[in-house]
Design a binder for this molecule. Structure first.
Ligand code: P6P
Length: 346
């Protein structure tokens, strides 16, 4: 985009305009998919508005009481979930939804027509960080329904990430950004609160070849397998047989924030196999609406994501809330993690 002498960009491209332009590059694309992405962007704007007020809720005495609209003040993650569900239920674009906040699938109310897409989402990941004003995010993935007739079922949600038709996230931080991919590059939009529009700010994001950061909670090293420990020491330049420049450690404790920084600056985020509870699930993060959508984004930005043994995108979910270990970011670093885990265990 060229800039006029006064610094005003000749073309200010809204997310709506960009999505529409992308639709034209998909022959036979229906407006339903385009409109679904609009719906998600609108829900994101509504959630963004509430996240900026979150710190005030206690001060204004809104928490747990009635707010000025006479509505019971919701916790922000409940509000985010309600917003995603409400803004996508009546549009006629979806056949079914699944949310981190809801145990089972979310059907489309009978009074509304159902569409052909499935929306899976974590409405507000990292919500424990709200009270300390750390960036949080919404993660989403879109599939086509695979059942042929009748109401869509849980089977329509349990698809591998490789079958996603779109995925993305919104990060509510110093600015609100929406990043998405439909498999044709990864594109970033920054919310201009003045006009209430997401404006194109990061077209065709590619993860830099040279990584800068590694992101992991080293407080839990005692629970790691030998392979994870050796991989981490290698990242820190402490492996004498295979010396390297140490990476800088950055761990925010909010997956979307850590992933976003590594996507733009280069790096790896990992949440290793959780061995604290021998009979517990293998990982902490959720496959369907955290790991797989971000793996789709990483893949289309030139990166890669693994559970330490196989590509995240190849894993067929067995249940809505299945947990997995996650290694995501620069491909060479994720593949190195797989090598250490194969040689020394997770
Ligand atoms: P820990 C937040 O609860 C989350 O799901 C991710 O956003 C974050 O990266 C991770 O868990 C933090 O977990 O165990 O390091 O506090």
């Amino acid at each position: 985009m060229n800039e006029r002498p006064n610094g005003i960009r000749e073309e200010i491209i809204t997310i709506e305009r960009y999505i529409l332009d992308q639709q034209y590059t998909h022959p036979g694309a229906t407006g339903a998919f385009t409109n679904l992405l609009y719906d998600i962007a609108l829900a994101a704007k509504i959630i963004a508005r509430e996240t900026t007020r979150a710190g005030l809720v206690e001060i204004l005495g809104l928490a747990g009481k009635m707010n000025i609209q006479g509505e019971a003040q919701m916790k922000l993650d409940v509000f985010a979930n309600e917003t995603m569900v409400r803004m996508n239920s009546y549009t006629g674009r979806l056949a079914l939804m699944a949310s981190e906040e809801v145990p089972g699938v979310i059907s489309i109310p009978e009074e509304y027509s159902a569409g052909r897409y499935i929306l899976v989402f974590d409405p507000l990941d990292g919500s424990s960080n709200i009270d300390v004003n750390v960036s949080i995010g919404t993660i989403f993935g879109v599939y086509r329904r695979i059942t042929k007739e009748g109401p869509a079922t849980e089977a329509d949600c349990l698809q591998p990430g490789r079958d996603l038709v779109a995925a993305g996230y919104i990060i509510y931080g110093s600015s609100t950004m929406m990043i998405y991919s439909t498999g044709n590059g990864v594109h970033g939009f920054t919310l201009d609160p003045g006009v209430g529009e997401f404006l194109l700010s990061h077209p065709n994001i590619r993860i830099p070849d040279k990584a800068k950061y590694f992101s992991v909670n080293q407080g839990y090293e005692k629970y790691w397998g030998e392979g994870v420990l050796r991989f981490t020491r290698w990242l820190q330049g402490m492996n004498e047989e295979d010396p390297r420049e140490p990476l800088s450690g950055r761990y925010i404790g909010s997956l979307v924030a850590d992933f976003h920084r590594n996507l733009l600056a280069g790096g790896i985020y990992y949440y290793p196999a959780d061995r604290r509870k021998p009979k517990g699930p293998r990982g902490k993060l959720r496959l369907l609406y955290e790991a797989a959508p971000l793996a789709f984004i990483a893949q289309h930005a030139g990166g890669y994501a693994s559970d330490g043994q196989q590509p995240i995108l190849d894993i067929l979910p067995e249940s809505l809330h299945q947990r997995v270990p996650l290694y995501i970011g620069n491909r060479d670093l994720v593949e190195k993690a797989e090598e250490f885990i194969a040689a020394y265990g997770e």
